[in-house]
Each structure stands twice: as C-alpha cells, then as structure tokens.
Design a protein around this ligand. Structure first.
Ligand code: SF4
Ligand code: SF4
Length: 350
C-alpha cells in the first residue's frame, strides 16, 4: 500500500481543508509570499508524500524539541509536523536501546539519499566520550547519517552556530553541524530555541517546493531571518524618538519605552519573533518587558552582557550610544529596503 500523502494524513486527523487554508495563509505571510498563494501551497502540501526524517539530538538542553512539542493544543503546525515520517528521535520515541538504533539504521537504508536529517545540539569533538549514543560518538553518528541525507536542518543555535556548549571556555570542543558536514545542503534554523512556526514553516517549504529555501549569509531561511527584531519591533517609534527605559521599573519602562539601554540586542538580531511571535502568536519577549538577548546569532553568549547596551559590548562597532542609534536606524532602513526588494523578487518568482 502506498504511504499516505500529507493531505490524507491531515484529513485522517480531522483537519478540514478550510483549516489547512487558514494555516497556509498565515504561513505564506510569514514566508513573505502573497497570501493569494495559500490555495496553491495547500494543494501542494496535500499531494506531498511524507518524507522520512531522522532527528539526532546531540549536545543540547532539549529546548528545541520542547519548542515544537509544547505548541498549545493540537495546532495545524503540530499536525503538519506529525505529517512527516519521524523515523528516529531518541528523546521522543518509545523504543530504546538496540530496537531504536535498528530503526535508525533501517530508515537510513530504506531512504538512502532521500531522508531529511534534523540535528539539534552541537557536536563535541574534544573527546569522543563526551557525547555518545549506543556507544557511537556524536561526531561519528553525524558523519554517518549525513552521508545518506538529502538535506540537513541544523535546528537551534547550538546546531547552527555552536550555541551555549561552544561558549567560553568551550570544554567539549563543541562545533556546529556546518563545521563538520561540508557536502550537503544545510538549513540553519537558529534560536534558543527556534520559534515553533519557523520550524514547521521550514519543513513546510521543503514539503511544498521540494527544495531548500533561499538562505542568508549564515545559512538561515531568508523568509524568517531576513529582518532584525528591531526592524519589526512595536517599540521602534520610542527608539526613533530617543525615548528609552533606564531601569526595568522606571516610568519609561511602564510607558513601554525602547529597551535599548537595558541591553536589547534587537538591532543586531535576525529572527521572526516580532512578526510570528511565540505561544501561538500571543507575544514575544520584548512585549513582556525584556530586551532581546540575541539568541539567534552566533556567539550570543560570549558577545557581552545581556543587560549591557549594544554600544558597550562586542555586538556592534558603534562606540557611543548616539553612534549606535545612528547605526541602528541606518541598518533598519537598509533592512527594510532589502526586505521590500526581496519580497518583490519572491512575488515575481511565485
Ligand atoms: S532596541 Fe529593542 S526594544 Fe528598542 S526598538 Fe529595537 S528591538 Fe525594540
Ligand atoms: S526576542 Fe531575541 S532573544 Fe528572544 S527569542 Fe527572539 S531572537 Fe531570541
């Protein structure tokens, strides 16, 4: 019997075409595609075969897995995530020991050259014993699984850029996936953790278009990482007017002023938090009164204090707050312009 398509699988889960269309409209907007493309995305998704996915969690905190599995309720993106054939994920699967490893080996053999490999966590390289699964080092398992993969998703900042395990003094010699695998397409989905709808959006793009999305210079999907938090932050008008909270409980903080002076890294952090938001679109950290700590960027842990203004850390080259604000405004304008150009380009392509 043929394996069910994503559409068949979703229908079996009780998802109506109307619900799927609604989700595709939201996802199209998040991917900077015209909402009018939603029916075509939905049709392509319905026809798509469920790809085999092998997910290897390495040196991580399980936050990336939590991010996707703790989506509130039975969301459509959760069901689309279900709609892939997740053949191995040792944190989630019921099987363990020899049976689990056999499942991984079998899935790789049956889908050689075609499966999608998801990796979360960085890879310890200082000593093979620092991270092992069934007696196989993380490094060896990654190399072996990467050989038969069609593409790799480096999920979370640890897999994409080394993240917290690679922070000084980096006792395990942690490396990101891209430092080890050089001959496969790699999609870096950074964030500590990444936003659930960004994870499913990337999987959906792969399912819908059958290819990896357009990436930025750091290998991240441009649709989600094409603009900074600052570009789309609702506190931006306060920034432009020079109205800043000086402490977390002053009058400025109460009035919702910009959090730049309290260490917000929004101006140099590329992620979709300000647009797609967290917790099913309820909000994002800046709405809760805390600045962005730059978790989607390389070396975010080492670049300077989370509560130090950008101009005083290693995040930018600006020497003074005034200069930093000028740089921020210029970056914002440049990013907004490039986003408009990119959107027109993507609309033409679509
Ligand atoms: S500095 Fe932070 S709080 Fe202020 S506008 Fe930019 S992203 Fe928003
Ligand atoms: S607001 Fe900044 S620190 Fe917070 S999740 Fe988004 S990118 Fe990460």
């Amino acid at each position: 019997m043929n394996a069910p398509t994503v559409g068949e699988h979703l229908r079996a889960q009780g998802i109506s075409r109307r619900d799927l269309l609604k989700f595709c409209t939201v996802a199209a907007t998040a991917m900077a595609l015209p909402a009018s493309l939603a029916p075509r995305i939905a049709a392509a998704l319905e026809r798509a075969k469920r790809p085999s996915v092998i997910w290897l969690p390495f040196q991580e905190c399980t936050g990336c897995t939590e991010s996707i599995t703790r989506a509130h309720g039975a969301t459509i993106e959760g069901l689309i995530f279900d709609a892939i054939s997740l053949d191995y994920q040792h944190t989630l699967q019921a099987a363990s020991g020899t049976a689990a490893e056999h499942a991984r080996e079998q899935a790789m053999k049956d889908n050689w050259g075609k499966y999608l490999l998801i990796v979360d966590g960085s890879v310890p390289t200082a000593n093979a014993g620092y991270g092992t699964i069934a007696g196989v080092s993380h490094l060896e398992m990654l190399r072996e699984a990467a050989k038969g993969a069609a593409a790799i998703v480096a999920l979370g900042t640890c897999a994409a850029f080394g993240g917290v395990p690679m922070a000084k003094p980096d006792p395990t010699g942690a490396l990101p996936v891209s430092a080890i695998v050089k001959d496969k397409p790699i999609i870096n989905v950074s964030g500590c953790p990444p936003i659930p709808i960004v994870i499913t959006g990337v999987l959906m793009q792969y399912l819908t278009f059958g290819r990896i999305p357009d990436l930025d210079a750091l290998g991240r999907p441009q649709a989600f990482y094409g603009q900074t938090i600052h570009d789309r932050c609702y506190r931006r008008p306060f920034y432009e007017r020079g109205e800043f909270a000086e402490t977390f409980d002053d009058e400025g903080a109460r009035k919702g002023y910009c959090l730049y002076k309290l260490g917000c890294k929004g101006p140099t952090t590329y992620n979709a938090c300000a647009t797609v938001k967290w917790n099913n679109g309820v909000g994002f950290p800046i709405e809760a009164g805390h600045g962005c700590i730059g978790c989607a960027e390389p070396r975010f842990w080492d670049k300077g204090g989370f509560y130090e203004a950008l101009s005083t850390g290693n995040w930018g080259t600006a020497k003074t707050l005034g200069a930093a604000i000028g740089v921020g405004v210029a970056m914002g304008a440049a990013a907004a312009l490039s986003a408009r150009v990119r959107q027109r380009h993507m609309e033409k392509k679509a």
